[in-house]
Design a protein around this ligand. Structure first.
Ligand code: ATP
Length: 221
């Protein structure tokens, strides 16, 4: 907190099919690196950018709830899962902006791979009028303008903030990068292991693995 303004709020969307330690460390480390008051997890309902997930939206939501339970800085937003329409980030940000008011600093958290695809998102350029964007490093996905499509590279160069401390000074519009512990874990890898009857232990929380086993999820790819 400074100047009486609430700390920036992190917003972390994803398919979380299933949630794993890469996601959890990204959210946890973003709080310290970016000075966030907390992180709101927003599991996607019907993700528009990829094929249908293998488990239901309610099951993915439940796994996120289990993995984040007990962390007072984390909250879970079920609105995209409960919505009938596809999940577009820009709509979610418009709703959160109405809910939280014009001055709250909002920071959309994305991994480097997701950021590289941002220019294909619905009304992507409007995202910057609604939130800042914080890009975490991810193994195999460099955060460099040379690896971005030109229209995104120019936004990146124009909006880049050298100091994450400035995220609190405006409600939206900046881009920052942050280096988190590099964990080469993906939900794809976990789904493959489980489909092949192999162990995914230590890649995701035991509470999530218990849920997967109890409900016989990801047995067939
Ligand atoms: P999949 O393998 O099914 O594509 P995923 O592991 O990439 O899934 P998502 O739910 O698609 O997980 O990712 C949600 C967000 O978390 C994205 O912004 C993504 O870049 C980020 N992310 C996922 N895994 C990591 C990781 N290991 N390190 C850093 N960021 C990650």
């Amino acid at each position: 907190m400074s100047d009486g303004l609430p700390a920036p709020l992190g917003l972390f969307g994803g398919t979380f099919d299933p949630v794993h330690f890469g996601h959890l460390r990204l959210a946890e480390e973003s709080i310290g690196h970016l000075g966030l008051g907390g992180v709101r997890w927003i599991p996607a309902g019907q993700p528009p950018h990829r094929g249908a997930p293998q488990v239901t939206a309610d099951q993915r939501l439940e796994m996120v709830r289990r993995s984040t339970a007990g962390n007072e800085r984390f909250s879970v937003d079920a609105s995209e899962v409960e919505a009938a329409a596809p999940s577009y980030t820009v709509h979610t940000l418009e709703r959160l902006r109405r809910e939280l008011g014009p001055t709250q600093s909002l920071v959309l958290l994305v991994g480097a791979d997701a950021f590289a695809g941002l220019a294909s998102w619905h009304r992507w350029a409007d995202i910057f009028s609604l939130a800042h964007v914080a890009v975490s490093h991810r193994p195999g996905f460099p955060v460099e303008t040379g690896s971005l499509p030109p229209e995104l590279a120019s936004q990146f160069n124009a909006r880049r903030l050298s100091d994450a401390g400035s995220l609190k000074d405006a409600p939206a519009g900046g881009i920052v990068t942050f280096a988190m512990t590099q964990l080469a874990i993906s939900a794809t890898q976990i789904r493959k292991l489980l489909a092949n009857g192999l162990s995914a232990r230590y890649l995701l929380p035991d509470s999530v693995l218990d849920y997967i086993q109890t409900h016989s999820l990801y047995r067939n790819s």
